[in-house]
Design a protein around this ligand. Structure first.
Ligand code: ATR
Length: 273
């Protein structure tokens, strides 16, 4: 019988996850399908009930359900517990088990480039759900210090506390200060939503230089202003689509227990832009 997988969230119609996973199924000749299912905020419980009824084999969870989904799991991985959010769920005999592949999916393109994280300083823009998984990732890789720059100061301070709780030095500052000091950090990561609508970079990029590693987790558009300006300053850039692929490959491997066909998935993703 065909196994069905899904991504749930809202908005969901522009999600590229069905393209990525279905391309992988085709390439490997697997009898599986992956659909996008819109579940509005406030309707998660009912949404999950429907998925159980169709005997969903597994699903991804995206905005706005990553945190609330924790409540509906029968079991969760260590990473989920630390981050407090889930993006991948398996369903075996009606038992829902949660995983979080955002953290390792984020780290994957850094590792692929052989860029060391240990003892390096990180400037992280944003303090939302995505930023939390990123903090956990840098903590796991033993970064020296994480500076959180966020529009709302309190949220930035809150996330800095979370970093400290994971054993990493941390502090919080404004986006203005971050722009002035950006040259002092090895990694500069955008985890705000600024750029999704082609806005100018959330910080001044003047101090970014050839030693900087600039990572934007926004994948649509692929070339945000933050990325474009940083490239002009000769920084090493990492694209948001690489994190998207990283988390998708890891989810694929959790569900199917076979190596994800990365190149096939990358090709269809880039074709989707
Ligand atoms: P996600 O789960 O994708 O991280 P989120 O939790 O809504 O989404 O977080 C969005 C991030 O983008 C937050 O850090 C937000 O800053 P605030 O904490 O001040 O809300 C940031 N953000 C959104 N719009 C912004 C803007 N116009 N300027 C600066 N930061 C912005």
């Amino acid at each position: 019988m065909t196994k069905t997988f899904a991504v749930i969230g809202d908005p969901i119609d522009h999600s590229l996850s069905p393209n990525i996973h279905n391309a992988a199924f085709n390439a490997l000749g697997m009898d599986c399908t992956y659909i996008a299912y819109r579940v509005p905020r406030g309707e998660l419980k009912e949404g999950i009930e429907s998925l159980r009824q169709i005997k969903i084999s597994g699903f991804n969870v995206t905005i706005p359900h990553k945190i609330e989904m924790m409540k509906y799991l029968d079991e969760s991985s260590e990473e989920c517990k630390i981050i407090g959010a889930v993006n991948t769920v398996t369903n075996e005999n009606d038992k829902l088990v949660g995983y979080n592949t955002d953290m390792d999916g984020f780290l994957e393109p850094i590792k692929k480039r052989d860029i060391a994280i240990k003892d390096e300083d990180v400037l992280l823009l944003g303090a939302g759900g995505a930023a939390r998984a990123i903090v956990a990732g840098f903590a796991k890789e033993k970064a020296h210090k994480i500076t959180i720059a966020n529009r709302t100061k309190e949220r930035g301070q809150e996330l800095a506390k979370f970093a400290a709780s994971l054993g990493v030095e941390s502090n919080a500052m404004s986006l203005d200060e971050a722009g002035q000091n950006a040259g002092k950090y090895k990694f500069i990561v955008n985890a705000t939503s600024v750029g999704l609508k082609n806005e100018p970079s959330p910080i001044s990029t003047n101090a970014i230089n050839s030693q900087s590693v600039v990572y934007d987790i926004i994948y649509m558009p692929m070339n945000t202003d933050f990325i474009t300006q940083s490239k002009k300053n000769l920084a090493t850039v990492i694209y948001g689509y690489e994190m998207l692929l990283g988390q998708a490959c890891l989810a694929f491997e959790i569900w199917h227990k076979v190596k994800a066909p990365y190149d096939v998935m990358r090709k269809v993703l880039l074709g989707g832009f």
